[in-house]
Design a protein around this ligand. Structure first.
Ligand code: C2E
Ligand code: MG
Ligand code: MG
Ligand code: MG
Length: 291
């Protein structure tokens, strides 16, 4: 009896796999046309400047409005685009669109900084720096207001070639942020030698910040070490006032998360730029005063 059940399950599993593979193939085909069909758009998530108490910067996040399947998450199509190389034209589109839209904010008197996520394949591309500079020239967006977000993984995998690219970007006053920090393996000792401006503490630490003493200790250590090494520090994934208050107490300079705003359209973002946020720092239980 048990043997039969096992076989049935196995068959069902195979059918499901074939279905998944087919679905994926269709998605890949659709992805090839998505740029020409104008199916991508950007949303922006504001980042609170703790000292200024308002939003000074935003992170651009790509969205795919699929004609049949509706909205598809970047978590589902960016890996696909990285496998088939489409990430290069898509990444160019993201950069160009973010700079174009942010330049419009600047013209309306809101000189927001804009952060754009990069795939490791983009930075590895020998034309990358030239592409970025061309897009900046084309859109008139000031290089000093552009932040490029890379992940630890990208740095570790291709460190030799990437160093030259990062140095060239810095020469043009373009800033670099290290995204999802704490999920990879890079040591601070290694990072201090790289031309990086900003460290983004990964959401996973923020999510459990107030539930676990270990997370409090890790986040506090990342913040103080980053600041001592001259990096500015951002926390992402903030969903509650208490998390924001504790992060402020620890000295975090920029706060990003659903508590302040979900990613929104450029129009919606304009309405939020005048809003002031007063966050009272809060010392969490069991943590000593800063010495
Ligand atoms: P990421 O760069 O770490 O972006 C932050 C993600 O966390 C975004 O998801 C954002 O919507 C979400 N988030 C922000 N605040 C909160 C919060 O308080 N709670 C929770 N639960 N989530 C929050 P999204 O937009 O789905 O993007 C997912 C990932 O896809 C990004 O992670 C990034 O790695 C990648 N991605 C997005 N846009 C692009 C792009 O234009 N190019 C590339 N290469 N990757 C992108
Ligand atoms: Mg990011
Ligand atoms: Mg992140
Ligand atoms: Mg990420």
């Amino acid at each position: 009896h048990a043997k039969n059940e096992g076989r049935d399950n196995c068959q069902f599993y195979n059918v499901d796999l074939t279905f998944q593979a087919e679905k994926r193939m269709h998605l890949e085909n659709d992805l090839r046309n998505a740029l020409q069909q104008n199916e991508f758009y950007l949303v922006y998530q504001p980042q609170l400047d703790v000292a200024e108490e308002n939003f000074q910067s935003v992170e651009a996040l790509i969205r795919w409005q699929h004609p049949k399947q509706g909205l598809i998450s970047p978590l589902d199509f960016i890996p696909l685009a990285e496998e088939n190389g489409l990430i290069i034209p898509i990444g160019d589109w993201v950069l160009r669109t973010a700079c174009t839209e942010a330049a419009q904010w600047h013209q309306r008197g809101r000189p927001l900084q804009v952060a754009v996520n990069l795939s490791p394949l983009q930075i590895k591309n020998p034309d990358f720096v030239k592409n970025v500079l061309d897009i900046l020239a084309e859109t008139g967006f000031p290089p000093g207001k552009l932040v490029l977000e890379i992940t630890e993984g990208a740095l570790m995998e291709h460190s030799e070639n990437i160093l030259a690219t990062l140095l060239a970007l810095r020469e043009h006053h373009i800033q670099i942020a290290l995204d999802d920090f704490g999920t990879g393996y890079s040591s601070m000792n290694y990072l201090k030698r790289l031309p990086i401006n900003n460290i983004k503490v990964d959401q996973s630490f923020v999510r459990g910040l107030l539930d676990k003493k270990e997370n409090l200790a890790i986040v506090r250590a990342i913040i103080s070490l980053s600041k001592n090494l001259g990096f500015s520090i951002t926390a992402e994934g903030i969903e509650s006032l208490n998390q924001a208050q504790v992060l402020k107490y620890f000295g975090c300079e920029t706060l990003q998360g659903y508590y302040f705003s979900k990613p929104i359209t450029m129009q919606e973002m304009l309405a939020l730029t005048d809003k002031q946020w007063r966050i009272e720092p809060l010392r969490p239980n069991g943590v000593n005063h800063e010495s």
